[in-house]
Each structure stands twice: as C-alpha cells, then as structure tokens.
Design a protein around this ligand. Structure first.
Ligand SMILES: Cc1cc2nc3c(=O)[nH]c(=O)nc-3n(C[C@H](O)[C@H](O)[C@H](O)COP(=O)(O)OP(=O)(O)OC[C@H]3O[C@@H](n4cnc5c(N)ncnc54)[C@H](O)[C@@H]3O)c2cc1C
Length: 304
C-alpha cells in the first residue's frame, strides 16, 4: 500500500512526486515509456517561458528535472504498462499481473498529438513525414513541403520551414486560421507560403518517400495533387484518458474535470498537467498543478 501512486512521469507527474517526497509521502510513479519526460522529448524549440531558467530545448530542461528526481526518494517504474485502474478502490493492475494499491491516485498522463487518419500517414513515417519544423528543417532544406493545421503550432512550424524551403503550403480545415495574431502577421508578409483554408489533406502519396499530397477543397468537385517532399501535421492534441474515461467526469473532448485543488469527481483521485488543462497546457502550469495536488493530498493524510 502506497500513500500516492502517480500515473505519468512528464513535468506534471514528476513535480507531484517531487513535492510528495518533500512532504514525506510514500510515493510510486508509473511511466509507460522507457524514459521519463513526456512531451519534453518533443520540444526542440528553446524554452524561454519557464520562470527562472532557460533551456535550449526540452531535453536540456529534462536534464535539470532529472537531477532533482535522482536526488529524491520516491519510487519510479518506467515501462510500467497499466492494464486497468479501479479509481474508486484506488487499485491498479499492471500488464505484468502485479496489483498495486494506494490511498491517493494522481493522473498525470498528458496528451498525445492527434493523427490525421489518412492513407500514407503511418506508412511514410520517417520517409517524408516531418516531426518538427525546428528539428527537421535542415533535412527538408530546398524541398517543397506541406503543413496541415491552422493553430499556433501549425503556423509557427510553417514559418520556420519557409526559412529553408522554396514553398510551404498550409492546409487548414476551417475558414480562418486560429493562430495568434503575431504569427498570422508574419505569415502574411511571407511570400513563399500558400494557404488553403476550408481544405483537407485526404491522402499522402509516394513510392519509397513522400512525393505528393492529395488536397480536397470544400467546394471543389474533385481533389487535386500537390507535389511535396515533406508533410508536417499539427492538428492539435487529445488527452490520454482512455484508461479512466468511464470512471470520472471528463469534458466533451475527454479532458479530466478537476476543481481548484486538482481533485477529480472521484474521492482521493487527482489530475494534474495537460490531461486536465486544455486552456493553458504549459510546463509551468503542469509543475504548479503537481505542487498543489501533493499539498492537498498531504493535508488529507496528515491528522490535524
Ligand atoms: C513541440 C512542443 C513545444 C512545446 N513548447 C513549450 C514551451 O516552450 N513552454 C511550455 O511551457 N510548454 C511547452 N510545451 C508543452 C509542454 O511540453 C507540456 O505542457 C508539458 O509537457 C505537460 O506535461 P504533463 O506532465 O502534463 O504531460 P506530458 O508531458 O504529456 O507527460 C505525460 C506522461 O504520461 C505518460 N503516460 C501516458 N499514459 C500513460 C499510462 N497509461 N501509463 C503510464 N504513463 C502514461 C506519458 O508517456 C508521458 O511521459 C510544448 C509541447 C510541445 C509538444
């Protein structure tokens, strides 16, 4: 029996564990991946918005987090495959057959990038699918590319790619781009970007490598093909709540609903970080939420 079991070892889960350790709670963190860090592994841009410290990318920030994690005394199991969770009973069953029990559970499972779900997307992974405009820019230098999406991430990546690509085509399902004004203004003054709104990519085409995308415009009768060598998809994220969705309240998109103390609708079950924060999914919100949840749990376990 542990005091606290935390599911997920991204910034939110690690901060919760760090604070639980500080508050002398017996804590176990379960992480499904081989390594801790969550989305930090995919942050190739400089991190300039975490108060008090700057990092060239997510890996560098993670190194700082890891130094504190190593010094703390909580248990951390990576490659922990949770097969089911009974939130009310606060019992967790691992794929290995092991059963775990705790007084409190903290859900810190974050979000995952949404797939486009079209033919070619999976087949061309590593063969023309661009993972990041920052990281992969040099690989696609001199090539025509397509970016799918209309929010900040899509437009920011499209702008980055214009620095090295002769043409960048941005394809967005909606009528208007949703990105922040600063990005839209930059985009309007960049000549090598073509924007197709009310349009969808329906297929990614090629032989060994990506060679074209098929685009369907809203009012056009037929789709057309556009020759590109790279495709980057940024159409948002979805919360990792499949394990719990039936057992607690979530919003219409599946994000866990919490109160200001990060409590879910199930007693002694908390949620922190992006999985419960569609409004401000940032590293600072995630680490702050972890501190709050740990303090609330400690206050519930310590007799006054
Ligand atoms: C490209 C990019 C750039 C970004 N830039 C910035 C920035 O400049 N500044 C900023 O503040 N934020 C930035 N962010 C956002 C920031 O990375 C996230 O807000 C933060 O990582 C959220 O932390 P989290 O712990 O809630 O979730 P995550 O980082 O998503 O971590 C969740 C963890 O839970 C694990 N997990 C999921 N399901 C299970 C399960 N069933 N069992 C066990 N483990 C599970 C996952 O493997 C993962 O390790 C960026 C994100 C991206 C993708």
């Amino acid at each position: 029996m542990h005091d606290v079991i935390i599911i997920g070892a991204g910034p939110a889960g690690l901060s919760t564990a760090f604070w639980c350790d500080e508050l002398a709670l017996d804590t176990l963190v379960l992480e499904q991946a081989e390594e801790i860090g969550g989305q930090l592994h995919r942050v190739y841009n400089p991190i300039n918005n975490y108060l008090g410290l700057k990092a060239h990318n997510g890996e560098e920030l993670l190194e700082r987090f890891a130094a504190d994690v190593d010094a703390a005394e909580f248990d951390l199991w990576t490659q922990a495959n949770v097969s089911s969770v009974d939130l009310k009973a606060r019992r967790i069953l691992l794929a290995s057959g092991e059963e775990l029990q705790s007084i409190a559970i903290v859900i810190a499972t974050g979000v995952r990038a949404r797939d486009l779900g079209v033919p070619g997307e999976k087949e061309f992974a590593g063969k023309g699918m661009i993972e990041s405009g920052t990281r992969d820019r040099e690989l696609f230098a001199g090539q025509d590319v397509c970016v799918v999406g209309g929010g900040d991430a899509a437009v920011e990546n499209a702008l980055l790619l214009t620095e090295v690509c002769p043409t960048v085509t941005l394809v967005h399902r909606g009528k208007k781009l949703r990105a922040r004004r600063e990005f839209i203004e930059q985009l309007q003054s960049t000549h090598c970007i073509t924007v197709f709104t009310e349009s969808v990519v329906t297929r990614i085409i090629g032989d060994e490598q990506v060679e074209a995308v098929e685009i369907k415009r809203k009012h056009a009768l037929k789709p057309f093909q556009l020759a590109v060598r790279g495709v980057l998809i940024r159409i948002g994220v979805e919360p990792n709540t499949d394990l719990f969705r039936e057992q607690l309240e979530t919003d219409e998109r599946g994000y866990v609903v919490v109160n200001s103390q990060h409590e879910t609708t199930v007693p002694m079950v908390f949620a922190v970080g992006d999985v419960s924060n569609p409004v401000a999914p940032t590293i600072s919100s995630a680490t702050g939420a972890g501190a709050t949840a740990a303090k609330v749990i400690a206050s519930r376990l310590t007799p006054r």
